[in-house]
Write a protein that binds this ligand. Sequence first.
Ligand code: OXD
Ligand code: MN
Length: 612
Amino acid sequence: MAKTIKNQVAQERRETVAYTVKNEKLKQWVHEVAELCEPKEIYWCDGSQEEYDRLMSQMVAHGAAIALKKRPNSFLFRSDPSDVARVEARTYISYPDKDEAGPTNNWIDPVSLKKTMLDLYKGCMKGRTMYVIPFSMAPLDSPMAKIGIEITDSPYVVCNMHIMTRVGPQVIEALGTDGEFIPCLHSVGAPLAEGQEDALWPCAPIEKKYISHFPEENLIWSYGSGYGGNALLGKKCLALRIASVIARREGWMAEHMLILRLISPEGKVYHICAAFPSACGKTNLAMILPTVPGWKAECLGDDIAWLKIGPDGRLYAINPESGFFGVAPGTSHDSNPAAMDTLEKNCIFTNCALTDDGDVWWEGHDDPAPEHAIDWKGRDWTPDNPEPAAHPNARFTAPAAQCPVISPDWEKPQGVPVDIFIFGGRRTRVQPLVVEAFDWDHGVFLGATAASETTAANIGAVGNLRRDPFAMKPFCGYNMADYFAHWFAMGDRLGDKKPRIFYVNWFRKNDEGKWLWPGFGDNSRVLKWMCERIEGKVGAEETPIGYMPRQDDLDLTGLDWPMERIAEALEVDIEAFKAEVPDMEQHFAQFGARLPERMKIQFEEYKKRLGL
Ligand code: OXD
Ligand code: MN
């Protein structure tokens, strides 16, 4: 009896698929989800331009998207005011044993979490189309590629996934009859009753949002949010949280890192991977236009790196994404000219302001504030308005291939060999411009103690200092203490082929609130010092916190900036470092007995060097 009813329901639901799907497990999963979520129809995405254009015109017709007159094939969306960023407080790493998730993750046991979410998913796609998105993270011809299937009821998510990942029947083809895929289920959590008009940005209230990961099953379930990393499940959920677990198991690394190529005047090539927390300048550094004479840079990725030891024993990095989902406010021809050029066409903008001539604008844009605009909430806005016109976490979604400084090797299947790791964050005080780790273990300690002021990329207070180890606090899919151990173990496996490790802070200010370092293109001066350290060409001073350049060790040719501020940017205030030790104690204490012995040794040595 049950079977007949099932069949009847299935027959009533239209299913559109323009290619042959041979993978039974996939077909079965899609139909199970349809029975649970009860969409009005199922549509398998093909990743084509025609599909993108069709969905966009539907969203324009509905009013959810605004076609920008000034930018070809570009659209503006405004989210619900409650749905503007990742929601770390509603993000779960679910293992049967809480200790596997560790103290830095939210945890609910899989049985109760699934029960709660199944109740929410029941009928949640009523009145909507269920889209099935076959996507690959990393180019399909890369040995690193991972296939995901995202099921979503959001056409906005489909269009973003077109840009951020590789979508299409080639992915289904690669799956064959029994290939493995990572199931990623997403719903905005806003079923439509018969005749009910759809919201412009449907989503569920905060207490019903769940961004859940079941690492033991490689499974992702997201409910209630349509924004960024909560909804584009290839990004943070798959390429970081789930991938970090797989990586540890298989002996590689999934990191919240940009990938950058630097080329010296002599043509020597260096690859740098840098981990900074969200909204701390990864996209700007990834697309840097060096000001230091003779040096060139190319971008390979701005947010995520997958790193694997190659046949020659070196560590190779590949960017699993195919687009940039960057923070718009603060992006300008000054801060990031390459990003501004990338944004000229074929982009999606979310929560930016709309100008009267049909373009987007945000705080920190080169163009002065327009005399009148429509703000991110859809209200009239003039420069005397105390609220910003764009939300501080307003975003652009842009194809990586469009970036004028994209490296010709950005899709190289085996990736590029890494020479340098950089950690860092946004610290107004205390942390100097740059420090080099004494060795790998000390570098792991620097990564593990990384701290940064919180930003608008997560819903919550902005500007508070928090420890964000390796910029992975919101993205590590297992116990962070085990993640530290994995870093130590990778160092052992890399032997003398280990990249060198540095820690930077571009954001230090003086007592008058003035920046101590110019930042942006001038950061290349610090990168040059790092490359020359590798070559043994330039000096450094040993300090209790690591090796540091003296002012003369930095190439400051042509830099028009008060030299006394640079001196201050390089100052180490030992008392200020000592004052932070209790916070570090607390940070490490949360891991209890799981904290690797090698980390304890590093911490003891650090305290000794500070004279404690
Ligand atoms: C991102 C983030 O979107 O880190 O990359 O929040
Ligand atoms: Mn990020």
